[in-house]
Structures are given as structure tokens and as C-alpha cells.
Ligand binder design. Structure first.
Ligand SMILES: *Cc1c(COP(=O)(O)O)cnc(C)c1O
Length: 345
């Protein structure tokens, strides 16, 4: 086999969902946008459904449509980008719940699908999606009379517990929504960790389900094993890969592995990251190319069939630190060529 194997532990995802659910009195939804952060939205949602989750969040109506085929008609699927022009048939036919973000979207939804489910997003300061206060004040009575399933907002800085933006957005959300008889939602993973003031009636964790920070107590979910295609010995003075960017200074054993930047392994990992064989780290050398990378396996006594890029010794958070990015990007960039194996649940 010449593609990497991505193993996704569904039991760990369920355990993480339960642990996050246990931190609040709220109903706990699950965010499975971007194909479940690259890990397979359908399989994950079905596992969480069996564990009791009934609300799933996706980014687009297209994602909602494909999730609907996988999880049946019962769970609510909320579409965070709302009701865009062209989405009406998908939303109506598949019973999706758009999170309406503007007066334009409210108007489109009420005209195209009167009586159909919807939710509302309010902008409490992030300036990305949602109705600003003046617009909300103008339409709140009318919109609430139509029976939204949820009124929500998103925190900009929830991964920094002491950031003054958190209480400021909480206060704004309260002022915009106190007294309404509709379930409210403000907290993603970071917001759950900020404590009960932030929980309201529904929470929406994503990254924490998948084992990532800021949920430090999460169980690891992902391992990625890359096959070794070939092993060679090089002498001092020989160079490796494109642009001869690495030159051996001692006799070395190098393994060439079947994964590269076309699989989401950024070129900036070159010279920084290691792959693991059991407990032994093996540094990457030379450049990352499209389909291949080269690893120094001199330290190993045996000849490895494969090496681990993600696993117990190096999680997505660690790789993100090395690569200068965030765990969300590491997960969502995991290549489509990898074989995805779902285990457990
Ligand atoms: C992505 C997203 C979430 C989940 O965020 P995590 O940080 O992954 O828990 C929740 N709500 C909204 C609106 C989102 O866009």
C-alpha cells in the first residue's frame, strides 16, 4: 500500500463529547463541518448520534445535504453559513436548519420556505457573521414570532480565558437575548471551558471532540501512519532531494515515505518535524515534495515498514506548533489520498 493510513478513534471522539457534555448543564451539539474536521463527518455523526447527540452543525448547505444522507431524518442539521441564494431546494428538501445571518437571509428564508425551521446568528463583536444589534432590534420581534430553533453567537477569543473580549461578548449576547423564550448558544470548545456563564442551553464543540486544544484533557483521536517505499544508505557529502537542501555530514540511512505536500504536509515542516517509530523520533531531512518525504532512520536498528506522523508522541497540536499553524488547519488539510480507517463505536 502506498498511501498513508489515517486511523480515527470513534470511541475517543464519543468520550471527548461526553466529557465536554459533562462540563455543562446544556444540551451538547457537535460541529462536523469540513467533513468532521477532515476525519469523516458521517461516521463521526453516527457515532455521536448513538451517544445521544441530536444537533449537528455544518458550514454549508452542501455539507448538510451529504450529512443528511448519512444520519437520517431525525437529527437537526444546522448550516452556519445560513440560507444563501441557490440553497433553497437543498434546505427545503433535506430539512436543513439554516442559521440566518442577516436581514437579507431572513427575508429569503421566510419568503422561500415559510414555516420551515431556522436559527439565528447574532454578531456580538466578532464582525464575521450574524445580525448586528441595530438590525436585530428591528427584526427581533418578527423573527422570534416565527419560532427559531436556536439563537446563537460566536466568541472571538475563547481560547484565551483571560481575554477581556470574552466577558464583553457575553454581556452583549445577554443584552441582545435576555428574556427570549428560545434556546441560546454561545460556546464552542473554548467557551465550554470558560465556565457555566457561557453555556446557555446549547453548546457547540468541534475541535475538542477531535482531541485538540484548548480541550487539554481530550483523548487523542487521530493517528497517521505513512508507508516506507524505499530505504537507502548515503555517504558524507551526498545531498538529498530537490535543491540539494540537505547534505549528509556522516553515513546515514534514509527512508523515503509516501506522503507530501499534496497530502497536506506543508513544506514548512521540512527540517523541523520528526516521524516516530515506536518511541524513537526520526527527523525529516531535505524538502517535502509533492508525494514524498525523506526521513533519517539512522537511529533505528530494524527496517521500518512505516513511520507515524501523528500518534501518541506527536498530536495535531504538536505538529501545528512545529509548522507554525493551528491544530484546526493540520486536521482539515489531512490529505484525501489517505485511507481513513474508523475504529471503535
Ligand atoms: C467552527 C465553529 C464551532 C466549533 O468551534 P471549535 O473551536 O472547533 O469548538 C462552533 N461554532 C461556530 C459558529 C463555528 O464556526
Amino acid at each position: 500500500m502506498s498511501t498513508g493510513t489515517l486511523t480515527i478513534d470513534l470511541d475517543a471522539i464519543v468520550a471527548n463529547w461526553r466529557a465536554l457534555a459533562a462540563m455543562s448543564q446544556a444540551e451538547t451539539g457537535a460541529v462536523v463541518k469540513a467533513d468532521g474536521y477532515g476525519l469523516g463527518a458521517g461516521r463521526i455523526a453516527r457515532a455521536l448520534q448513538r451517544a445521544g447527540a441530536t444537533r449537528f452543525f455544518v458550514a454549508t448547505a452542501e455539507e448538510g445535504a451529504s450529512l443528511r444522507q448519512e444520519i437520517g431524518t431525525a437529527p437537526e442539521i444546522l448550516v452556519l453559513s445560513g440560507h444563501m441564494s441557490g440553497d433553497t431546494d437543498m434546505i427545503g428538501d433535506l430539512g436543513l436548519t439554516p442559521v440566518l445571518n442577516s436581514i437579507e437571509q431572513l427575508t429569503r428564508h421566510f419568503e422561500a420556505l415559510p414555516g420551515a425551521p431556522f436559527a439565528i446568528q447574532l454578531d456580538t463583536g466578532m464582525n464575521r457573521l450574524g445580525l448586528k444589534w441595530a438590525d436585530w432590534a428591528a427584526v427581533a420581534a418578527m423573527a422570534l414570532a416565527q419560532g427559531p430553533s436556536l439563537v446563537m453567537s460566536q466568541l472571538a477569543c475563547a481560547d484565551e480565558p483571560d481575554h477581556p473580549m470574552n466577558p464583553r461578548q457575553l454581556q452583549t449576547f445577554r443584552e441582545m437575548t435576555d428574556g427570549i423564550a428560545v434556546p441560546r448558544s454561545l460556546a464552542a470548545t473554548g467557551g465550554i471551558l470558560l465556565g457555566p456563564d457561557y453555556h446557555f442551553e446549547v453548546t457547540r464543540p468541534g475541535i475538542g471532540l477531535y482531541g485538540g486544544l484548548p480541550f487539554a484533557r481530550a483523548e487523542p483521536v487521530v493517528s497517521l501512519e505513512l508507508p516506507v517505499i524505499q530505504i537507502r544508505e548515503v555517504e558524507p557529502g551526498e545531498s538529498v532531494g530537490y535543491a540539494c537542501s540537505f547534505t549528509a555530514t556522516a553515513p546515514m540511512r534514509l527512508a523515503t515515505l509516501a506522503a507530501g505536500y499534496a497530502d497536506g504536509l506543508r513544506r514548512s515542516l521540512a527540517g523541523c518535524a520528526a516521524l516516530w517509530h515506536g518511541d524513537t523520533p526520526c527527523p525529516m531531512v531535505g524538502r517535502v515534495s509533492m508525494d514524498l518525504l525523506t526521513v533519517d532512520v539512522t537511529a533505528l536498528t530494524e527496517t521500518p515498514q512505516s513511520l507515524m506522523l501523528l500518534g501518541p508522541h506527536q498530536e495535531a497540536d504538536d505538529l501545528a506548533t512545529v509548522a507554525g499553524t493551528v491544530n484546526y488547519e493540520i486536521l482539515t488539510q489531512l490529505g484525501r489520498r489517505y485511507t481513513r480507517r474508523h475504529v471503535g463505536a
